[in-house]
Design a protein around this ligand. Structure first.
Ligand code: ADP
Ligand code: MG
Length: 691
């Protein structure tokens, strides 16, 4: 046991440059790819596989499609010099019935690699004519190699998939026969998981679909399990003393400051959070609430609570606009009750900034609201008791923990407007307690949603115009920044069309490629009512509150996830006016239409999120955004839900047993799993601090 453990560790200590075929130059590239050691390389899984197992006769290949052909090289390839000094090689191959011409450019190794009289598998797009098929620069393998399924690696400049594949083959040779499995036999049997050795070998070089599925299942399970246990352990580990206790009492005094009465969901959430803060260890709570559910009031209640206990609170928002908005509404509310509020963004400069820092450090400011400027070195607190992050998915984990480090274990409140189904929330926020604001304040106008096809755009524009004439504002959303091959318009082109269709109206344009200051200017003009129409990509989706904007038109609606559409739609219906959302699509696909109709008829963000998860997978919840989790190497939250459920169950069982005590997996059997957890969290740089 001990010895095996040692061997296993050494693979992760063995530098990648010790592999045959990996010199220092390649080693640098491998390190960049995330494989600094042989062990890491084995865990660099293929991103796709090519099926070479069904070679076709040349005559049966279809033109313009990728095919695999088994054929013999008829004679030594010929070399031609063409324009620009490039070298061209022509190779004639035959399958005994027909010939095919292959062309390669600038690959002087071709004559060595393709030998006359030998048989190869060629894979590439078939071109030419039905009488004379051709392939240009096909991939090829010696027939003798008999590879069925070829792994495709995330290649990088200078490091082809082939080179990686060869290195992996070398690495597998070093894998000891009896490689120690971090998942003990007992677990593997219970969850029907193959051994690590088998999994590693077959995830890279499967001989069949079944083998691949078996290998992947196990690796995905392991990855989810490790992540889940890691998060649970972090949660457990935080339970150590509460340096900032508050009285366990509902802040009624705060509630009386509000111009409205709190909803039951708000009261419940505040109660849960106050209980946390009065408890044995610092609060770590996520508040999930649909757009408009009143998260800000919850945050304010908790800030009030810690401030009343003599501590300071900080609220971090992802953009200057949002920060300014929060500052305006919170200081209006709290300043009359004696709470000293301040706003810190990149725009606060010079002596003003210095004064603010000093006041914060002296405790002359109770509540600071700001952007990531709050993370600056100079920002020091006298006694930071609570950190709130709004729209948390916009912040990386390191940013959030940086703010928390400015105090001695302050309470943490994370607010998210992206409703996430429960299973997924457990996965992503496994280390947090969760409150759900599942109720909207009363008297909200329902947003009318319409689904139309492009010929009705003109009429829809007329409808928008009518609202503008009444003094309201509107959003026009289009999906792309650049013109793309599908002929869709860029935002700027679209804005020109809009300007022509709305002569005399003021139009602002917003997209993700603009500089932050430009974006803020455009948003600012819109929220002040200086522009009537805002043409935008989805960058407008987060948190912005312009109650006078009552109409939204979304082009190519089929391109968005439902949750994203929901976020977009949440920008309207925020004031006293009846609001309308018009989705335009020319999609005819029944499934897609069904999705959009479901969206049209539903206003509940959680229902929409569940449907989205079912229909498109969770990719949409996170997309490209940072969600602060360690990077998963093989598991894909969008396709592997079933495995996720299994792994969650397993994690809970392990956790409930005594095996998992005091933040460590104590028994020898679980030592491997423990080091996997350490490795996963070390890799993410999150250092065990996932907020
Ligand atoms: P979100 O959860 O999207 O951040 P906000 O906190 O911005 O929502 O609240 C949306 C609007 O609803 C604000 O104008 C806020 O003042 C108002 N609001 C919040 N709670 C209540 C309530 N209990 N009753 C009436 N209005 C409320
Ligand atoms: Mg909000």
């Amino acid at each position: 046991m001990e010895e095996r453990q040692a061997k296993r560790t050494t693979l992760f200590q063995k530098d990648i440059n010790t592999l045959k075929g990996v010199g220092e130059k390649r080693a640098v590239l491998f390190r960049k790819l995330g494989a600094p050691t042989v062990g890491d390389l084995l865990r660099l899984y293929p991103r796709a596989y090519e099926d070479w197992s069904h070679p076709l006769a040349i005559d049966s290949t279809a033109l313009n499609e990728i095919a695999v052909v088994r054929a013999t090289v008829t004679r030594t390839p010929t070399e031609h010099r063409i324009k620009g000094g490039r070298l061209l090689y022509r190779v004639i191959v035959t399958d005994g019935v027909s010939d095919m011409t292959l062309t390669f450019f600038n690959n002087r190794y071709i004559p060595n690699l393709l030998k006359a009289g030998e048989e190869y598998l060629f894979r590439g797009k078939v071109t030419g004519t039905l009488l004379r098929r051709e392939m240009t620069a096909p991939e090829f393998l010696p027939e003798a190699k008999n590879l069925q399924i070829v792994p495709i690696y995330p290649a990088t400049q200078g490091l082809t998939s082939r080179v990686i594949s060869n290195a992996v083959q070398e690495a597998l040779k070093l894998l000891p026969e009896s490689v120690n499995d971090p998942l003990p036999l007992e677990l593997r049997e219970k969850y029907e998981l193959c051994h690590l050795g088998f999994a590693l070998e077959h995830v890279h070089f499967p001989q069949s679909e079944e083998e691949l599925a078996t290998a992947r299942y196990r690796l995905i399970f392991e990855e989810f399990l490790v992540l889940q246990l890691g998060l649970m352990r972090i949660k457990q580990g935080r339970k150590t003393g509460n340096p900032h206790p508050v009285p366990n009492a509902f802040p009624e005094e705060f509630a009386r400051l509000l111009p409205f009465s709190l909803t039951n969901a708000q009261r419940r959430t505040i109660t849960e959070a106050v209980q946390d803060m009065a408890g044995e260890s610092p609060m770590n709570r996520l508040v999930q609430g649909d757009v408009g559910s009143g998260k800000t009031a919850v945050a304010a209640a908790l800030c009030w609570t810690v401030i009343r206990s003599g501590m300071q609170a900080a609220l971090m928002a992802p953009t200057e606009i949002l920060a300014a908005q929060h500052f305006a509404s919170l200081s209006d509310l709290l300043a009359p009750a004696g709470v000293r509020c301040a706003l810190l963004t990149g725009s606060v400069k010079g002596t003003e900034r210095k004064k603010l820092f000093a006041a914060l450090e002296n405790g002359e400011i109770d509540l600071i609201i700001g952007t990531h400027a709050l993370l600056g070195d100079k920002v020091q607190f006298r006694d930071l008791g609570l950190v709130v992050t709004d729209e948390q998915h916009r912040f990386g984990v390191n940013q959030r923990s940086a703010l928390a480090k400015k105090g001695a274990s302050p309470h943490l409140l994370v607010m998210s407007a992206t409703p996430i189904p429960r299973t997924l929330a457990l996965m992503v926020y496994g280390d947090l307690d969760i409150s759900v604001l599942d109720e909207l304040p009363p008297g909200r106008q329902k947003i009318n949603t319409y689904l139309i096809d492009p010929p009705k755009r003109e009429r829809a524009f007329g409808f928008v115009k009518k609202h503008l004439d009444e003094g309201r504002q509107g959003y026009l959303i289009c999906p792309l920044i650049d013109e793309d091959e599908s002929g869709m318009m860029s935002v700027t082109q679209y804005a020109e069309v809009v300007q022509r269709s709305f002569p005399g109206c003021t139009v602002g344009v917003l997209h993700g490629k603009m500089k932050a200051v430009e974006k803020e200017q455009v948003m600012d003009a819109f929220s002040k009512g200086e522009t009537q129409l805002l043409v935008s990509t989805t960058v407008v989706e987060v948190g912005v509150d312009v109650p006078n904007a009552v109409i939204m038109l979304i082009e190519n609606a089929e391109r968005y996830g439902l949750s994203q559409l929901h976020q977009l739609r949440g920008r309207i219906g925020r004031g006293q006016y009846q609001s309308s959302c018009i989705l335009i699509t020319d999609i005819r696909n029944e499934e897609s239409l069904k999705r959009l109709l479901m969206f049209r008829d539903t206003s509940d963000g959680f229902k929409i999120a569940e449907a989205d998860l079912r229909l498109r997978g969770p990719g949409d919840f996170f997309g490209q955004r940072q969600h602060g989790l360690p990077l998963l190497k093989i598991a894909d939250l969008s396709t592997d839900m079933r495995v996720l459920h299994q792994a969650q169950q397993c994690a809970r069982e392990l956790f409930s047993q005594d095996i998992f005590r005091g933040g460590t997996l104590e028994t020898n059997e679980y030592r491997g799993l423990r080091s996997e957890i350490a490795r996963l969290f070390a890799r993410s740089g999150s250092d065990g601090v996932v907020l």
